[in-house]
Design a protein around this ligand. Structure first.
Ligand SMILES: CC(C)(COP(=O)(O)OP(=O)(O)OC[C@H]1O[C@@H](n2cnc3c(N)ncnc32)[C@H](O)[C@@H]1OP(=O)(O)O)[C@@H](O)C(=O)NCCC(=O)NCCS
Length: 191
């Protein structure tokens, strides 16, 4: 099967697939991005964010296109930890944020295309790309034993363990946005 992984840009931004859970929309999710002021169209806001950050770091998202028709069925978002206000909360009172550390904030694969190794491909692709960009540390925030994968932005811990990420610490706070089975996992990229 023909599979292509491409950087998100303004032209393909609208192709970011919607995850199965109706409460989430990767095109407008600002959960990981700081302020939600409720005034601006979130999709437009996020698009603007992508353009701005791409100018600084290179693209911070990728799409997985499936088959000859290049159907968009997967999405991954990543970036420097310093760019994600919500992510930084994970570290508070727990561990220092790695200097110049990057993270994967979200992975989503269309329900009909799951179990085919596509999430793994997306993550591997990002790791290769980040290595080229000189990144040394990549963190992610999976959940240990999720009952459903539809409410889990990064997916299950096993997904990252199979790609040799190591557990760093267990996030365990009373903050509303954090599940008590959230882990911080880390991979060091050899330069
Ligand atoms: C998590 C998710 C990305 C996995 O995608 P996927 O393409 O099916 O994953 P893969 O086929 O690459 O699986 C890789 C590994 O993940 C783990 N995994 C995948 N599905 C799993 C499941 N249902 N239960 C436990 N582990 C699972 C396994 O370790 C698997 O490796 P294996 O196939 O060798 O056993 C997908 O379930 C998803 O998109 N969930 C919704 C997440 C979401 O909505 N995010 C955005 C909104 S916040």
């Amino acid at each position: 099967m023909e599979i292509k992984i491409v950087d998100i840009n303004t032209k393909n931004f609208d192709l970011i697939p919607r995850p199965a859970d109706r409460r989430y929309n990767c095109q407008e999710c600002f959960f990981w991005m700081g302020k939600w002021d409720g005034k601006l169209d979130l999709v437009k806001q996020k698009k603007k964010w992508f353009v701005k950050k791409a100018g600084k770091y290179g693209s911070l998202g990728k799409l997985l296109l499936w088959g000859k028709r290049q159907k968009p069925v997967g999405y991954i978002q990543f970036g420097p930890i310093s760019e994600f206000e919500t992510v930084r909360i994970f570290y508070q009172d727990m561990a220092p944020i790695p200097r110049n550390g990057w993270c994967i904030t979200c992975v989503a694969v269309d329900t009909n295309y799951r179990g085919k190794g596509l999430a793994k491909r997306l993550i591997r692709n990002v790791l290769r790309d980040l290595k080229r960009r000189g990144v040394r540390t990549v963190d992610a925030y999976p959940v240990k034993k999720p009952k459903s994968l539809n409410q889990v932005p990064c997916g299950p811990t096993t997904l990252f363990k199979e790609l040799s990420f190591e557990s760093v610490f267990k996030v365990n706070t009373n903050r509303k946005i954090i599940r008590d089975d959230n882990l911080v996992v880390r991979k060091k990229l050899k330069q």
